[in-house]
Design a binder for this molecule. Structure first.
Ligand code: ZN
Length: 401
């Protein structure tokens, strides 16, 4: 048996009283986090810290229970939510340390110092944990399940600590069989929609599904991917419409006075569209990866570094944004849950330039050539289809079982 951890996110529909509690919990969690940041900055000041990794063992961080004594209103909130804040904060320091690369102040802050003479502070240090704000940061808190303090009631309600009445949620998918809820994160997005994300633990049998039906996928900017059976993923046109709308609104924003009321309104409008796009896309990616994982025993893709590819071909944002990385992750765990394999083939393997029929290499193939013509065997084939066939071929020899 293998232990698995996975998150499941649902819309949460609190009533008035419940949403009041959630808002308080968001606010108190943020406050607790900011108190920790404040303590950190004071400690750093005392240590005359300038740069380098933070020696967090030398910093005395009080427990949330101690901090809480000074804030009466925090007593209403579940203490595990605060324990998670402390963990989050420690993670943020660890992250700062692990990403510390000798550089100190971030570019923007240095520029502001040069041009405006702005004083540099700890918060301007690259990657330093900073104060959270209601507007800029996501409203959320996390609590853990301790022997049933978090549970699902009658399939559509969820019980959380400190609330007598369970909160209704939109239960659109089943949690894995025999799974245990470890923790939940409740959040609110810019449209004031509430969500609950369950982190569950469950065991699956260690099985290895024989790789009888194999599919190769070639990443395509236009179609998302083309597979080794010649099909295109057909990224829905409707989504592109929304993306164009987003572009228009972003242009409108650029013409407004920075931080004026109209600017803020437009900014809200934009983040609503962005949210909608990312949700639609995620939904589509889930469906696509689900169907592939269900119908194929092994899937082979190219191990491309999407960011590097975007930069070197100047494909820019559209590539980074269309979620191929997320798709790969979805595909991986959906296959693994079924005892199936996702194989990545080397990114230096010339999948586009190789003829899938005879194996000869066409060095003259240009990025603009949509059709692959083989000078050796005369094969004429769609460029992406040819690449997908090559990827399938190359990965078939790498299968673990
Ligand atoms: Zn050929």
């Amino acid at each position: 048996m293998i232990k698995k951890n996975k998150g499941y996110k649902f819309r949460l529909k609190p009533n008035r009283e419940q949403s009041l509690y959630l808002e308080k919990a968001f606010g108190c969690s943020r406050k607790m986090y900011n108190l920790y940041v404040d303590i950190l900055y004071k400690e750093l000041e005392e240590q005359n810290y300038i740069s380098g990794k933070i020696d967090y063992k030398s910093i005395k961080l009080p427990t949330p229970a101690v901090i809480k004594r000074d804030y009466d209103y925090m007593k209403e909130i579940d203490s595990l939510a605060f324990a998670n804040v402390q963990l989050d904060f420690m993670e943020a320091i660890k992250k700062y340390n692990s990403e510390y690369d000798g550089k100190t102040y971030c570019k923007k802050a240095r520029k502001q110092k040069e041009t405006l003479g702005k004083e540099l502070t700890f918060k301007d240090l690259k990657g330093m944990p900073t104060f959270k704000s209601k507007r800029k940061n996501q409203n959320s808190f996390t609590t853990n399940n301790q022997k049933g303090t978090v549970s699902i009631v009658n399939e559509k309600y969820v019980k959380i600590p400190k609330l007598k009445q369970s909160i209704r949620f939109v239960n659109h998918r089943q949690l894995p069989e025999n799974s245990i809820i470890k923790s939940v994160t409740i959040s609110k997005d810019c449209r004031n929609h509430y969500y609950i994300s369950f982190t569950v633990e469950y065991y699956i049998e260690e099985k290895q599904k024989a790789s009888n039906i194999i599919l190769g996928l070639d990443y395509s900017q236009h179609d998302f991917f083309v597979d080794s059976e010649g099909r295109r993923a057909n990224y829905p046109k409707y989504y592109r419409k929304l993306e164009n709308k987003l572009k228009k609104e972003q242009q409108k924003l650029s013409r407004k006075v920075l931080k004026s009321n109209n600017w803020i309104k437009e900014k809200m409008k934009i983040s609503k569209i962005q949210n909608k796009i990312s949700e639609q896309r995620k939904d589509w990616l889930h469906k696509k990866s689900y169907n592939l994982a269900k119908n194929y025993d092994a899937i082979i893709i190219e191990d491309i570094n999407l960011r590097a590819l975007g930069q070197c071909l100047k494909l820019g944002k559209s590539l980074a944004d269309n979620g191929f990385g997320m798709f790969r992750n979805f595909l991986k765990y959906k296959l693994e849950d079924r005892g199936k394999q996702l194989i990545k083939v080397d990114k230096w393997f010339p999948s586009s330039k190789t003829c899938s029929r005879c194996g000869s290499i066409n060095e003259n193939l240009q990025l603009s050539d949509r059709i692959y013509k083989c000078e050796n065997c005369g094969c004429i084939i769609d460029r992406d289809y040819n690449a997908a066939l090559n990827i399938k071929e190359a990965g078939s020899s790498l299968l673990a079982w």
